[in-house]
Design a protein around this ligand. Structure first.
Ligand code: SF4
Length: 213
């Protein structure tokens, strides 16, 4: 994709959805961190289902710790890998209380030091909670970036660094939401819905998928 095409690509996605938001439900930075931590290899819909029961009961590090491992597992056992996620979340809560006054830290270094929080989770929290222009490269962003020619790369980190170089500054904060939603609903893994794609004219992918007859 040329710089001109990249500009048109994001201008088009922005016009269709000026204020994109994450589909994970949260009402505080801590809830966001917990929801993202629980969402690894799970759908946002599945995580929301569990956190709708968990957060009204416990939505602070102290309250999660008070539930205990077994109590927490009871709320999240519909989510894949719930045992290890519960362990990570408990340990993360302990560190937040002991080292950060019960608050979610704002730096990548401190976030990535939390159990169960990798680069992608830190990028989501930095972007969604703190408005930083980070790129949390998930499976959708990785696929769309490579398939369209927007930011090709062999690893999520390579794609992330390419996106940071190639996405024009005005679109940088919101771009990861647009790319996730575009990948989830239009540029789908098995068969991209090119015939109904608003950015088809600036995408390198060939041949485009034809409309079903
Ligand atoms: S034209 Fe097809 S491959 Fe390109 S972004 Fe749209 S859906 Fe994806």
């Amino acid at each position: 994709m040329t710089p001109q095409q990249i500009n048109t690509f994001f201008a088009t996605l922005q016009a269709a959805n000026p204020h994109p938001v994450t589909e994970l439900e949260y009402t505080s930075v801590f809830e966001l961190l917990a929801a993202v931590l629980l969402s690894a290899q799970a759908t946002d819909v599945g995580v929301n289902k569990a956190t709708r029961r968990l957060f009204p009961v416990a939505n602070t590090p102290q309250a999660i710790l008070a539930l205990g491992q077994d109590g927490l597992e009871g709320y999240i056992k519909t989510i894949g890998l719930y045992r290890s996620k519960a362990r990570h979340l408990m340990e993360t809560c302990r560190i937040l209380v002991e080292q950060h006054g019960g608050q979610v830290p704002r730096t990548r270094e401190a976030l990535e030091a939390l159990p169960g929080v990798g680069r992608k989770t830190a990028n989501v929290v930095l972007n969604v909670a703190f408005g930083e222009p980070t790129m949390a490269v998930d499976t959708h962003i990785f696929r769309v970036s490579n398939r369209t020619g927007l930011a090709p790369g062999k690893t999520p980190l390579a794609v992330e660094l390419q996106l940071l170089r190639r996405v024009p500054e005005p679109y940088r904060v919101d771009s990861h939401h647009w790319l996730i939603l575009h990948g989830r609903y239009i540029c789908q893994a098995r068969k991209p819905l090119c015939w109904q794609c608003a950015v088809a004219r600036c995408c390198d992918f060939q041949p485009k998928t034809a409309a079903p007859r």
